[in-house]
Write a protein that binds this ligand. Structure first.
Ligand code: MG
Ligand code: MG
Ligand code: MG
Length: 318
C-alpha cells in the first residue's frame, strides 16, 4: 500500500519507541475510523515499524500483552512517516529528507528535524512518549484497549525507571495509574521491576551488544558524540565485562566520534558509572565538575541520559 504511513521510533529501539509506535498507529487508525483525520486530509492508514531488533525487555512486554513485533523499516525514501520518541536526524531513518514527515510525538529536547509543510507535532517535557499519547487518546475520546494500555504502562515504567528517573513528572505517575487500571496491573512497582529485570540479563551478550543496545548519536557544536546506557538492578552483574566494554568504546570512537560515553546505571543505588573515551577530557570534566581519573567517573543520582547527561555536555561543548 503506497499510501500507508509508517510510525517509527528511534534507532536502537527501546520499549517506549516500539510501544509508542504501536500505540500511536492504533490511535491514528481510530482517528481515521472516526473521520477525525479526513478534515485534516490525513486519512491514510498507519502501520507501526521499528528501525532495528527488539531488546529483551521490549520482547517481554509485547509477549506479556500478546502483541506482535512491528515490521522493520530503516529507509524512509518515498514514504510517509510519523516519528515517535525522537526528533533528531542522527537517531532517525536513513534518507529522511526523501520522506514526507506527517507527525512527531516526542518527549525529548527538540532535535534538528525540520519539515516543509505544517505537521502534527506534540512534544511535552514528561518522562515518556506514552504519557503524551495517553493525553492524545483522552483528548480525542479514543478508548484504550487493555493490551495497548499494558504496553503504554510498561513504556512509562521503563523510561522513568519505575518513577525514579529525574525525568519523571506527576503527569507520568497519574497517567501510569490510569493505564494500570485499564491493563489490570495491580502492583505497578512489581511489574516495573519485572520489566527492568529483563534488561539486566546481560548473560550471553557480547560487550559490543551491551554497548550498542541503547546507543544514541548526538551532534554537539559540530562534534559527533555517542552515548550508550545500560540500566541494571545491580552493577555487579556487569563488573566482569567492564574492561571489554571499554575496549568496545575505543573501537566505536574510531567511527569519527569526538567522545563515546557509556552509562552504567544502577537502578537501586540510583547513580551512574560513566565510562569515557574522548579527544578532550577537559570538556567532560567541565560538564560534570569532576576529575576524570582512569576510565570513568561516578555520578551520584544521575540516571537519565537526556536530562542529566546531554544538557551539561551540550553546555560544555558550546
Ligand atoms: Mg526512547
Ligand atoms: Mg522515550
Ligand atoms: Mg531510555
Amino acid at each position: 500500500m503506497p499510501d500507508d504511513m509508517f510510525v517509527v521510533g528511534h534507532k536502537n529501539p527501546d520499549t517506549d519507541s516500539v510501544c509508542s509506535a504501536i500505540s500511536f498507529a492504533f490511535l491514528w487508525n481510530k482517528w481515521k475510523e472516526k473521520g477525525l483525520s479526513s478534515k485534516l486530509k490525513l486519512e491514510f492508514n498507519a502501520l507501526p515499524a521499528v528501525q532495528g531488533d527488539l531488546n529483551a525487555e521490549t520482547r517481554f512486554v509485547l509477549e506479556r500483552f500478546g502483541l506482535n513485533a512491528p515490521e522493520k523499516l530503516t529507509d524512509a525514501s518515498g514514504k510517509k512517516v510519523a516519528l515517535v520518541d525522537h526528533s533528531e536526524r542522527a537517531q532517525s531513518l536513513e534518507n529522511l529528507e526523501k520522506a514526507e514527515i506527517v507527525a512527531i510525538v516526542d518527549h525529548h529536547k527538540l532535535g534538528d528535524i525540520t519539515t516543509p509543510n505544517p505537521i502534527l507535532f506534540v512534544n511535552l517535557p514528561v518522562g515518556c512518549t506514552a504519557t503524551v499519547l495517553k493525553l492524545l487518546y483522552d483528548k480525542t475520546g479514543v478508548e484504550i484497549p487493555k493490551n495497548i494500555a499494558g504496553i503504554m504502562l510498561a513504556s512509562i515504567l521503563s523510561d522513568t525507571v519505575i518513577f525514579k528517573s529525574a525525568t519523571t513528572t506527576e503527569l507520568d505517575k497519574k497517567v501510569a495509574e490510569e493505564l494500570a487500571k485499564i491493563a489490570g496491573v495491580e502492583d505497578m512497582v512489581k511489574f516495573g521491576i519485572e520489566v527492568k529485570a529483563k534488561l539486566s540479563e546481560v548473560e550471553g551478550m557480547s560487550a559490543k551488544e551491551i554497548l550498542m543496545r541503547d546507543f544514541k548519536d548526538f551532534n554537539m557544536s559540530g562534534k559527533k558524540i555517542g552515548i550508550g546506557q545500560i540500566e541494571l538492578l545491580d552493577l555487579s552483574l556487569i563488573e566482569g565485562k567492564k574492561e571489554e566494554i571499554y575496549k568496545e568504546l575505543m573501537n566505536k570512537k574510531k567511527e569519527g566520534y569526538h567522545s563515546v560515553l557509556f552509562m552504567l546505571t544502577d537502578i537501586i543505588k540510583e547513580g551512574t558509572e560513566l565510562l569515557i573515551v574522548t579527544d578532550d577530557p577537559k570538556v567532560v570534566e567541565k560538564a560534570f565538575g569532576k576529575k576524570l581519573e582512569g576510565e570513568s567517573i561516578w555520578l551520584e543520582k544521575v540516571m537519565s541520559r537526556k536530562k542529566q547527561l546531554v544538557p551539561p555536555l551540550e553546555k560544555a561543548f558550546s
